[in-house]
Design a protein around this ligand. Structure first.
Ligand SMILES: Cc1cc2nc3c(=O)[nH]c(=O)nc-3n(C[C@H](O)[C@H](O)[C@H](O)COP(=O)(O)O)c2cc1C
Length: 224
Protein backbone atom coordinates (compact mmCIF):
# COMPACT_ATOMS: atom_id res chain seq x y z
CA UNK A 1 0.00 0.00 0.00
CA UNK A 2 2.81 2.40 1.04
CA UNK A 3 4.56 1.59 -2.24
CA UNK A 4 1.44 2.48 -4.23
CA UNK A 5 1.04 5.81 -2.41
CA UNK A 6 4.69 6.73 -3.04
CA UNK A 7 4.33 5.74 -6.69
CA UNK A 8 1.18 7.84 -7.17
CA UNK A 9 2.83 10.85 -5.48
CA UNK A 10 5.86 10.54 -7.74
CA UNK A 11 3.59 10.25 -10.77
CA UNK A 12 1.72 13.41 -9.77
CA UNK A 13 4.98 15.34 -9.29
CA UNK A 14 6.18 14.18 -12.69
CA UNK A 15 2.87 14.98 -14.44
CA UNK A 16 2.95 18.50 -12.98
CA UNK A 17 6.12 19.11 -15.00
CA UNK A 18 5.40 18.85 -18.73
CA UNK A 19 9.08 19.14 -19.59
CA UNK A 20 9.79 15.91 -17.73
CA UNK A 21 10.88 13.31 -20.26
CA UNK A 22 10.24 9.57 -20.06
CA UNK A 23 13.96 9.06 -19.59
CA UNK A 24 14.05 11.50 -16.68
CA UNK A 25 11.10 9.77 -15.07
CA UNK A 26 12.85 6.41 -15.46
CA UNK A 27 15.90 7.86 -13.73
CA UNK A 28 13.79 9.31 -10.90
CA UNK A 29 11.99 6.03 -10.26
CA UNK A 30 15.23 4.06 -10.50
CA UNK A 31 17.01 6.39 -8.08
CA UNK A 32 14.26 5.64 -5.59
CA UNK A 33 14.42 1.93 -6.27
CA UNK A 34 10.83 1.88 -7.59
CA UNK A 35 11.37 0.28 -10.93
CA UNK A 36 12.33 -3.02 -12.52
CA UNK A 37 15.88 -2.94 -13.92
CA UNK A 38 16.42 -4.42 -17.37
CA UNK A 39 19.96 -5.76 -17.38
CA UNK A 40 22.22 -5.53 -20.44
CA UNK A 41 22.75 -8.85 -22.20
CA UNK A 42 25.41 -10.90 -20.43
CA UNK A 43 28.82 -11.18 -22.03
CA UNK A 44 29.28 -14.93 -22.37
CA UNK A 45 32.86 -14.96 -23.52
CA UNK A 46 36.23 -13.97 -22.15
CA UNK A 47 37.05 -13.83 -18.47
CA UNK A 48 39.93 -15.57 -16.76
CA UNK A 49 40.96 -19.11 -17.69
CA UNK A 50 38.92 -21.48 -15.50
CA UNK A 51 41.91 -23.07 -13.78
CA UNK A 52 43.23 -19.63 -12.80
CA UNK A 53 39.82 -18.73 -11.36
CA UNK A 54 39.87 -21.92 -9.25
CA UNK A 55 43.31 -20.93 -8.04
CA UNK A 56 42.04 -17.50 -6.91
CA UNK A 57 38.67 -18.59 -5.48
CA UNK A 58 38.46 -17.50 -1.84
CA UNK A 59 36.28 -15.77 0.72
CA UNK A 60 37.10 -12.15 1.46
CA UNK A 61 35.28 -9.80 3.82
CA UNK A 62 36.70 -6.40 2.87
CA UNK A 63 34.79 -4.22 0.46
CA UNK A 64 34.93 -0.76 -1.09
CA UNK A 65 31.68 1.19 -1.42
CA UNK A 66 31.97 1.36 -5.23
CA UNK A 67 28.86 0.10 -7.05
CA UNK A 68 29.11 -2.62 -9.66
CA UNK A 69 28.55 -1.36 -13.24
CA UNK A 70 25.31 -2.78 -14.73
CA UNK A 71 27.27 -4.98 -17.14
CA UNK A 72 29.20 -6.57 -14.27
CA UNK A 73 25.96 -7.16 -12.34
CA UNK A 74 24.43 -8.67 -15.46
CA UNK A 75 27.37 -11.02 -16.04
CA UNK A 76 27.52 -11.95 -12.36
CA UNK A 77 23.83 -12.95 -12.20
CA UNK A 78 24.00 -14.83 -15.47
CA UNK A 79 27.05 -16.75 -14.21
CA UNK A 80 25.26 -17.41 -10.91
CA UNK A 81 22.09 -18.91 -12.34
CA UNK A 82 21.26 -17.50 -15.75
CA UNK A 83 19.83 -19.41 -18.70
CA UNK A 84 22.64 -20.88 -20.81
CA UNK A 85 20.45 -23.08 -23.05
CA UNK A 86 17.50 -20.97 -24.21
CA UNK A 87 15.99 -23.89 -26.14
CA UNK A 88 15.36 -25.78 -22.88
CA UNK A 89 15.47 -22.91 -20.37
CA UNK A 90 18.19 -24.72 -18.44
CA UNK A 91 20.67 -22.81 -16.35
CA UNK A 92 24.33 -22.37 -15.43
CA UNK A 93 23.68 -24.21 -12.12
CA UNK A 94 22.15 -27.71 -11.94
CA UNK A 95 19.06 -28.68 -9.91
CA UNK A 96 17.61 -32.09 -9.11
CA UNK A 97 14.99 -32.98 -11.73
CA UNK A 98 15.43 -29.48 -13.13
CA UNK A 99 13.21 -28.07 -10.37
CA UNK A 100 14.90 -24.66 -10.61
CA UNK A 101 13.66 -23.90 -7.13
CA UNK A 102 16.30 -21.29 -6.21
CA UNK A 103 15.40 -17.64 -6.58
CA UNK A 104 18.10 -15.00 -6.29
CA UNK A 105 17.10 -11.83 -4.48
CA UNK A 106 19.45 -8.93 -5.14
CA UNK A 107 19.94 -6.31 -2.43
CA UNK A 108 21.32 -3.08 -3.92
CA UNK A 109 21.67 0.39 -2.44
CA UNK A 110 18.40 1.37 -4.17
CA UNK A 111 16.26 -1.56 -3.11
CA UNK A 112 15.51 -5.27 -3.15
CA UNK A 113 14.99 -7.00 -6.49
CA UNK A 114 14.31 -10.52 -7.75
CA UNK A 115 16.53 -11.78 -10.57
CA UNK A 116 14.31 -13.05 -13.38
CA UNK A 117 16.59 -15.20 -15.51
CA UNK A 118 14.10 -15.56 -18.41
CA UNK A 119 13.93 -11.85 -19.11
CA UNK A 120 17.35 -11.26 -17.55
CA UNK A 121 16.01 -8.42 -15.45
CA UNK A 122 15.66 -7.35 -11.83
CA UNK A 123 12.06 -7.26 -10.68
CA UNK A 124 11.43 -4.57 -8.10
CA UNK A 125 10.41 -5.90 -4.67
CA UNK A 126 10.90 -2.99 -2.26
CA UNK A 127 12.83 0.26 -2.08
CA UNK A 128 15.57 1.32 0.33
CA UNK A 129 19.02 0.13 1.22
CA UNK A 130 18.51 -3.11 3.19
CA UNK A 131 21.93 -4.65 2.59
CA UNK A 132 22.75 -4.47 6.32
CA UNK A 133 19.68 -6.61 7.11
CA UNK A 134 21.13 -9.53 5.13
CA UNK A 135 23.69 -10.44 7.78
CA UNK A 136 24.90 -10.13 11.32
CA UNK A 137 28.52 -9.23 10.59
CA UNK A 138 29.86 -5.67 10.38
CA UNK A 139 31.32 -6.04 6.90
CA UNK A 140 27.95 -6.94 5.34
CA UNK A 141 26.71 -3.36 4.92
CA UNK A 142 30.01 -2.29 3.31
CA UNK A 143 29.56 -4.58 0.28
CA UNK A 144 28.00 -3.10 -2.88
CA UNK A 145 25.38 -5.82 -2.85
CA UNK A 146 24.11 -8.93 -1.18
CA UNK A 147 22.53 -11.88 -2.90
CA UNK A 148 20.04 -14.00 -1.00
CA UNK A 149 19.38 -17.49 -2.32
CA UNK A 150 15.84 -18.59 -1.57
CA UNK A 151 14.46 -22.04 -2.28
CA UNK A 152 10.81 -22.23 -3.28
CA UNK A 153 9.64 -25.63 -2.03
CA UNK A 154 6.47 -25.42 -4.13
CA UNK A 155 8.67 -26.01 -7.20
CA UNK A 156 9.86 -29.37 -5.83
CA UNK A 157 8.09 -32.74 -5.89
CA UNK A 158 5.02 -32.45 -3.65
CA UNK A 159 5.76 -35.91 -2.24
CA UNK A 160 9.28 -35.02 -1.05
CA UNK A 161 9.57 -34.73 2.74
CA UNK A 162 10.79 -31.47 4.27
CA UNK A 163 14.16 -32.94 5.25
CA UNK A 164 14.82 -33.88 1.61
CA UNK A 165 13.67 -30.49 0.39
CA UNK A 166 16.09 -28.79 2.79
CA UNK A 167 18.92 -31.01 1.53
CA UNK A 168 18.17 -30.24 -2.13
CA UNK A 169 17.80 -26.53 -1.38
CA UNK A 170 21.25 -26.47 0.24
CA UNK A 171 22.90 -28.34 -2.61
CA UNK A 172 21.28 -26.11 -5.24
CA UNK A 173 22.30 -22.89 -3.49
CA UNK A 174 25.78 -24.39 -3.02
CA UNK A 175 26.17 -24.79 -6.78
CA UNK A 176 25.10 -21.20 -7.37
CA UNK A 177 27.36 -19.74 -4.71
CA UNK A 178 30.37 -21.48 -6.25
CA UNK A 179 29.45 -20.03 -9.67
CA UNK A 180 29.46 -16.60 -8.03
CA UNK A 181 32.80 -17.28 -6.34
CA UNK A 182 34.38 -18.23 -9.67
CA UNK A 183 32.90 -15.24 -11.50
CA UNK A 184 34.18 -12.93 -8.74
CA UNK A 185 37.66 -14.46 -8.90
CA UNK A 186 37.68 -13.81 -12.63
CA UNK A 187 36.27 -10.27 -12.38
CA UNK A 188 38.50 -9.08 -9.52
CA UNK A 189 35.65 -8.86 -7.00
CA UNK A 190 35.66 -9.86 -3.34
CA UNK A 191 32.92 -12.17 -2.10
CA UNK A 192 31.91 -14.37 0.80
CA UNK A 193 28.99 -16.75 1.13
CA UNK A 194 27.17 -16.51 4.46
CA UNK A 195 24.58 -18.17 6.65
CA UNK A 196 24.95 -15.96 9.70
CA UNK A 197 21.79 -13.86 9.50
CA UNK A 198 18.40 -13.25 11.08
CA UNK A 199 16.33 -15.55 8.86
CA UNK A 200 12.91 -14.60 10.25
CA UNK A 201 13.38 -10.83 10.04
CA UNK A 202 14.84 -11.12 6.56
CA UNK A 203 12.01 -13.35 5.29
CA UNK A 204 9.48 -10.81 6.50
CA UNK A 205 11.40 -7.90 4.91
CA UNK A 206 11.50 -9.83 1.63
CA UNK A 207 7.78 -10.67 1.85
CA UNK A 208 8.45 -14.40 1.42
CA UNK A 209 5.67 -16.99 1.36
CA UNK A 210 5.52 -20.06 3.63
CA UNK A 211 6.99 -22.16 0.78
CA UNK A 212 10.06 -19.95 0.42
CA UNK A 213 13.12 -20.71 2.56
CA UNK A 214 16.25 -18.57 2.79
CA UNK A 215 19.27 -20.80 2.27
CA UNK A 216 22.37 -18.64 1.85
CA UNK A 217 23.52 -15.06 1.48
CA UNK A 218 26.51 -13.80 -0.47
CA UNK A 219 28.22 -10.42 -0.16
CA UNK A 220 29.93 -9.02 -3.25
CA UNK A 221 31.94 -5.89 -3.95
CA UNK A 222 35.16 -4.39 -5.16
CA UNK A 223 38.30 -4.71 -3.09
CA UNK A 224 38.99 -1.66 -0.90
C1 LIG B 1 27.48 -22.85 4.02
C2 LIG B 1 28.50 -21.79 4.39
C3 LIG B 1 28.17 -20.82 5.32
C4 LIG B 1 29.08 -19.81 5.63
N1 LIG B 1 28.70 -18.83 6.49
C5 LIG B 1 29.52 -17.78 6.70
C6 LIG B 1 29.08 -16.68 7.49
O1 LIG B 1 27.96 -16.62 7.97
N2 LIG B 1 29.95 -15.66 7.66
C7 LIG B 1 31.21 -15.65 7.12
O2 LIG B 1 31.93 -14.68 7.31
N3 LIG B 1 31.64 -16.66 6.35
C8 LIG B 1 30.83 -17.73 6.11
N4 LIG B 1 31.23 -18.75 5.28
C9 LIG B 1 32.54 -18.67 4.62
C10 LIG B 1 33.52 -19.62 5.26
O3 LIG B 1 33.94 -19.12 6.51
C11 LIG B 1 34.71 -19.83 4.33
O4 LIG B 1 34.28 -20.42 3.13
C12 LIG B 1 35.77 -20.70 4.97
O5 LIG B 1 36.41 -20.01 6.03
C13 LIG B 1 36.84 -21.17 3.99
O6 LIG B 1 37.44 -20.03 3.39
P1 LIG B 1 37.50 -19.90 1.79
O7 LIG B 1 36.10 -19.76 1.27
O8 LIG B 1 38.33 -18.69 1.54
O9 LIG B 1 38.12 -21.16 1.28
C14 LIG B 1 30.36 -19.80 5.00
C15 LIG B 1 30.68 -20.77 4.06
C16 LIG B 1 29.76 -21.76 3.74
C17 LIG B 1 30.11 -22.78 2.68
Amino acid sequence: MKKVIIFVLLLLIVMAQPAFSGEAMDKLLLSRGLKDIKLPAPVKSGGMPLMEAFNLRSSAREFSSKDLPEQVLSDLLWAACGINRPESGKKTAPTARNWQDTDIFVFLGSGIYLYEAGEHKLKFIRSGNHIKATGRQDFVEKAALSLIFVSDFSKMDKKAVREDKMMYAGIHAGCITQNVYLYCASAGLNTVTRRMMDFEALASLMKLSADQTIVLAQSIGYRP
